[in-house]
Design a protein around this ligand. Structure first.
Ligand SMILES: [Zn+2]
Length: 119
């Protein structure tokens, strides 16, 4: 963040909390040349934080599915432990109205999942 930018920001308290995690205490809104606050220009730091949140929640969900399914591929019954090529499969595909709830997710080998998709 350029220092000029940092000097011309006004600090605004942020009320948008995500469940379970405290957001950064402050975000700033950008100012134009006259140091007039321009609401709506959200800081890069804030955007990065939001992206990280999404990433970590996705990772945590994957982990929950893998543990729930006992590290066993739900298509062939083989072990997926330590495999880098495992997939989290939507039992009912999203395109057919399936959800991203845990109950509609299963762990599979990448190869098994691709085979399933080909059918
Ligand atoms: Zn498999």
């Amino acid at each position: 963040m350029p220092s000029l930018w940092a000097e011309t920001v006004s600090w605004v308290k942020l009320d948008d909390k995500l469940p379970g995690q405290a957001p950064p205490k402050w975000i700033y809104f950008g100012c134009d040349g006259d140091a007039r606050p321009m609401a709506g220009i959200i800081s890069g730091a804030w955007m990065r934080w939001r992206r990280k949140q999404k990433r970590e929640r996705r990772k945590a969900k994957r982990q929950r599915v893998i543990v729930r399914d006992g590290m066993v591929c739900q298509l062939c019954g083989g072990n997926v432990e330590g495999r880098a090529d495992l997939h989290i499969d939507h039992i009912i595909p999203l395109v057919r109205g399936g959800s991203s709830e845990l109950s509609n997710l299963q762990v599979t080998h990448a190869a098994c999942n691709l085979l399933k998709g080909a059918q």
